[in-house]
Design a protein around this ligand. Structure first.
Ligand SMILES: [Zn+2]
Length: 123
């Protein structure tokens, strides 16, 4: 499988095996249902939760994304506003995190399943 296809599957939230079936039932900004996942791939029936509690590990991916976001936004705010007060950093980072929470949640799970779920599927 070419790397671009894997990257495309991750970016589009597709199944790690067939890369065609959706992982999530609704859009990211359907705020009542953005976290609802299919139990199995609609195309190839791959089970999306290889073991109970599998997605607890996605919290660490979310943490890594959050730290990267804080560093990037902090750097951008520092240069754009020329070393502003602390409230400018806090409000920019807090506002951005609120806006992209559904995306952080979903991409944490997608990346975690694509990276760590593979070990379960190889046997
Ligand atoms: Zn599939």
């Amino acid at each position: 499988m070419p790397e671009s296809s894997k990257l495309k599957a991750v970016l589009n939230g597709k199944c790690p095996r067939c890369k065609e079936g959706d992982m999530f039932k609704f859009g990211a900004y359907n705020l009542r249902n953005f976290d609802k996942m299919y139990d199995n791939c609609p195309k190839c029936s791959l089970r999306y939760e290889p073991e109970p509690g599998f997605y607890y590990g996605a919290m660490y991916v979310n943490y890594a994304f959050s730290v990267a976001l804080f560093v990037i936004l902090g750097t951008v705010v520092f240069y754009v506003f020329d070393n502003p007060d602390i409230w400018v950093y806090a409000s920019t980072i807090f506002g951005t995190v609120i806006l992209i929470t559904p995306l952080l949640f979903r991409y944490s799970r997608i990346v975690y399943l694509h990276v760590f779920g593979r070990f379960k599927y190889q046997s």
